[in-house]
Write a protein that binds this ligand. Structure first.
Ligand code: PLP
Length: 466
């Protein structure tokens, strides 16, 4: 088969897939053994394009249809068409976005979008990098903060240094624990600050812990405010936390992986994240609410222009990064932990150009309106209940378990049933000891009728289980 015929077959497959996504089911679920048999993973296929196409077909057939209205599990749904086109071109042109030499267009687009996003957040004299998601952005932010707090950390490690400690809310993302592990801080030195009744970090509790650790001779070097928590969608109070920074001297990072999208809209920003410009760094996933292809992330740094290079560069005369080259200052790989860097700039650049800030802001407003609608409907349906009042985009609810049934186990079984039947895939989480179903709406075509259909399915399946 020649290349053109292959591409044509692929386009056909993708168009059919688009149709399947719309019509559902959300997944044709098979148990791993059964799917394994179907995939014939041992089958040889040297030079056999037909067999490769067959595997592509099977891949699509059994993938989770993330663009289906029943996909409500994660923080994205489907992907923007401009970013899909971008990903195809990125795959075909296959380069590494580490130097201007190897990726000239991407390098300029990434710098351009970094500047644009720095301006949007309200950071001045800043810098940034596209990263492999907010987990690694959180790690790099903590690394930059660590090395700023302890100048010797990069060269000497943490041996015989003042003991460091970092602070997050009890509802923060687990990637901060991973970062504390990787960076030698120690997971027990990542202090989990209690949240208030709305799921926001309690600044008085933070202050008490900062004081306690400082008195014990430790160095509080890093506080991460979660801006849109994973389960409840709560925003930690940046202003109140920033007010403690002068006294304790920590780096204030914002994890806006999910909730950063409010910055697109002035009104939502005022309501949820008015003090974004006070942060020292900020991470935001464009592959979540803004709908870019996975993964698409930026880590942005405020008021520093070489924190990333200081934290991440290695070796003075790397074979890739030659200081004598005129374009050296543009090389994004120097300030990155990666060597090969996937080109992520093209998809965000094209999405941004095509939809514009206002287009994306309208989308975010719509998601919020749909979350409000869903919350209202849950309150109206006698079989359902809200587990917590809605803070932003996350609707935490569950089925009222019938008498004699344990509510957590019942709702887990309900979720399992919805998934296995291919009707819906919805997130779960915990608020204290209470298991909650978590509805997140992140598909631009989702409507109130889709909310109703989904809740009806929950009710129907709950009845069937009762
Ligand atoms: C999604 C999320 C992360 C992890 O981001 P990845 O891009 O998946 O690595 C971290 N923090 C919060 C608050 C998130 O919602």
């Amino acid at each position: 088969m020649n290349e053109e015929a292959l591409f044509q077959r692929l386009v056909r497959l993708l168009l059919d897939y688009g149709q399947q996504q719309k019509e559902g089911p959300v997944v044709r679920y098979l148990e791993p053994e059964e799917l394994g048999r179907l995939l014939e993973l041992d089958k040889p296929a040297a030079g056999d394009w037909q067999q490769l196409l067959r595997w592509l077909e099977l891949y699509l057939e059994h993938s989770v249809k993330t663009g289906n209205p029943g996909f409500l599990n994660r923080m994205w749904s489907g992907a923007n068409l401009p970013s899909i086109l971008a990903e195809m071109v990125v795959a075909a042109s296959n380069t590494s976005a580490c130097t201007y030499e190897s990726a000239p267009v991407s390098t300029l687009m990434e710098h351009h979008m970094l500047d644009t996003m720095l301006g949007l957040v309200g950071f001045r004299d800043g810098e940034g990098q596209m990263n492999t998601g907010s987990s690694s952005a959180n790690l790099v932010a903590m690394l930059a903060a660590r090395n700023e707090a302890l100048e010797q950390a990069k060269s000497d490690g943490l041996w015989q240094q003042q003991r460091l400690c970092a602070f997050v809310s009890a509802d923060a993302h687990y990637s901060l624990d991973k970062a504390a592990n990787v960076l030698g801080i120690g997971t027990s030195q990542l202090v989990k600050v209690p949240v208030d009744h709305r799921g926001r970090m309690d600044p008085a509790a933070l202050e008490a812990r900062l004081e306690e650790r400082s008195r014990a001779g430790q160095r509080p070097f890093f506080v991460c405010a979660t801006l849109g928590t994973t389960v409840r969608g709560a925003y930690d109070p940046v202003g109140a936390i920033a007010a403690l920074r002068e006294r304790y001297g920590f780096w204030l990072h914002g994890d806006g992986a999910w909730g950063g999208a409010v910055l697109l809209d002035e009104e939502l920003r005022r309501r949820h994240l008015p003090d974004a410009a006070l942060l020292d760094s900020f991470t935001w996933d464009f592959h979540k609410m803004p709908g870019s292809n996975l993964v698409c992330n930026m880590l942005l740094i405020n008021g520093r222009r070489d924190a990333l290079r200081c934290a991440c560069s290695a070796g003075e005369h790397g074979y890739l990064f030659r200081e004598e080259q005129e374009t050296h200052a543009l090389d994004l790989g120097v300030g990155s932990l990666q060597c090969a860097r996937r080109v992520d700039s093209l998809k965000w650049f094209l999405d941004w150009k095509f939809f514009g800030r206002e287009g994306l802001a309208a989308r975010v407003r719509r998601y919020l309106a749909l979350a409000e609608y869903a919350e209202r409907r849950v309150a109206e349906l006698p079989q359902l209940e809200l587990v917590a009042p809605r803070e932003s985009f996350n609707v935490c609810f569950r089925y009222r378990a019938p008498a004699g049934e344990e509510a957590n186990a019942f709702n887990l079984a309900l979720r399992h049933r919805l998934h296995r039947r291919g009707e819906a895939l919805v997130g779960v989480g915990w608020i204290g000891d209470t298991l909650t179903l978590r509805l997140l709406i992140t598909h631009p075509d989702f409507t109130e009728a889709d909310v109703d259909r989904f809740l009806e399915k929950v009710v129907e399946n709950g009845r069937a289980l009762s």
